[in-house]
Design a protein around this ligand. Structure first.
Ligand SMILES: [Zn+2]
Length: 58
């Protein structure tokens, strides 16, 4: 259950370097692409994200 803001756009981020996997929203995705992986600091591209299509729809 994710009651995290307006979780409309959810992505799964998998770091190509350390393998960390995170569920993120669009703004978090932008931040990761801009700043790199939160865990290892590796550069991140849009390819590291998979769009989760309406995963939390009933
Ligand atoms: Zn990483």
């Amino acid at each position: 259950m994710s009651s995290y803001g307006t979780g409309k756009e959810n992505y799964t981020f998998v770091c190509p370097d350390c393998g960390e996997s995170l569920a993120v929203n669009a703004s978090m995705r932008d931040a990761l692409i801009e700043k790199g992986c939160v865990v290892c600091g590796a550069a991140v591209t849009a390819a590291a994200f998979t769009k989760a299509s309406s995963a939390d729809a009933p």
